[in-house]
Ligand binder design. Structure first.
Ligand code: AMP
Ligand code: MG
Length: 353
């Protein structure tokens, strides 16, 4: 055999061996679910099956919480509001409501899924967004309040005490869904992957294709979407972000965003521009908690919010405020990379949070 031919065979052999023993590549799929652009990435022999099952699961969760689906759990709750009837719920919806109520209690109502009539009145993110009149606000405020949502754990049922009430799981469902996908990945033996629900709720597992921690860009709250406030490496952690730049409209020089303070009826004016929360993999319902907490901490504001976060085991956060201060809890300050020079870390003045 000529030397040239042998060399070619040897090269082919080396290439085949490399392909055989080499790394598997990422499997990726995107779709619009839960009103958001979802991208699922997974690596491993069962990656395709894990991703297909996860997409189906996301659609199934969407059908439980979507107010535009007539027989969804949230539609049934609204239809029966004020008539005294208990509504039997899917276990998933029950769980989201139970944890939401727990955090409504813990945050004194800063987080409140019964803000639905208020969300509808403002219409932020729709083509009919408007600043309501004081009379409209006063009327709608009578129909909100987490104490008027009753739960029966034994019967996995709920009821809303007043006609016109409703629940909105927009601040819970994406985080819950990230946890569900994470469980599907685990059942399929997926150790490396990224679960990305519209960048607002994510779950990172293992490492990326280059063998490094997944690097998540945190958006600069006052620059266009390609500009970062910082980069956060994640390894086996859940993350959610809430920001006043996500959905808003401007009128009379004011910015009206989608995170409402149920206690005032207005978009929260807590001083926060964005809140990012991270939960360790061993935190039960970590994805859902980051989702709830990012919204709750936004309403509470940097100071109260950071204090609250410090009391939560396995959870840490980064909050930007309108003065471009960056408030952090846990180890977040040392974990953030490429922090934009526009921001400076908030300095404690003696007191601990
Ligand atoms: P997020 O983007 O996760 O912060 O969630 C915001 C979404 O949750 C909004 O679009 C509303 O649907 C809903 N929401 C707004 N304000 C609140 C609040 N204070 N408590 C609970 N849910 C809220
Ligand atoms: Mg949230």
């Amino acid at each position: 055999m000529p030397v040239k031919k042998i060399a070619v065979y040897l090269l082919l052999l080396v290439l085949c061996l490399c392909a055989g023993c080499g790394e598997q590549s990422d499997v990726k799929k995107s779709d619009i679910v839960l009103d958001t652009a979802v991208t699922l990435t997974a690596r491993g022999k069962d990656a395709q099956a894990a991703i297909d099952e996860s997409m189906a699961r996301l659609k199934n969760i969407d059908n439980m919480v979507n107010p535009n689906v007539p027989d969804s759990d949230v539609s049934k709750l609204a239809q029966n509001a004020g008539n005294g009837q208990w509504v039997a719920l899917q276990p998933e919806t029950y769980k989201m409501l139970a944890v939401a109520q727990d955090y409504a209690r813990k945050t004194n109502g800063a987080f409140d899924v019964t803000t639905k009539p208020l969300v509808d009145l403002w219409g932020i993110g729709t083509d009919h967004a408007k600043v309501p009149t004081p009379a409209e606000l006063a009327e709608v405020q009578k129909k909100i309040g987490w104490q008027k949502l009753e739960l029966d754990e034994a019967k996995q049922s709920a009821r809303l005490m007043q006609k016109g009430m409703g629940v909105d799981l927009g601040g819970v469902a994406k985080g819950f869904a990230a946890d569900e996908v994470r469980k599907i990945y685990a059942r399929h033996g997926i150790k490396d992957g990224l679960i990305n629900l519209g960048s607002s709720s994510m779950y990172a597992l293992g490492v990326n294709q280059e063998g490094k921690a997944w690097h998540i860009g945190l958006r600069h709250p006052r620059k266009d979407s390609s500009e970062k406030m910082a980069v956060l490496p994640l390894k086996n952690e859940a993350l959610s972000t809430s920001g006043d730049y996500e959905r808003f409209f401007e009128a009379g020089g004011m910015r009206y965003h989608h995170i409402l303070d149920p206690r005032t009826g207005w978009p929260a004016k807590s001083g926060a521009m964005s809140v990012t929360i991270v939960a360790a993999d061993n935190v039960e319902d970590g994805g859902m908690l980051t989702d709830i907490l990012s919204t709750a901490v936004f309403v509470l504001g940097p100071e109260q919010g950071a204090r609250f976060l410090s009391s939560q085991e396995g959870i840490e956060g980064a909050i930007t405020d309108g003065r471009y201060q960056l408030w952090t809890t846990g180890n977040m300050a040392t974990e953030l990379l490429e922090v934009s020079p526009d921001f400076h870390f908030w300095q404690e003045s003696g007191e601990t949070l």
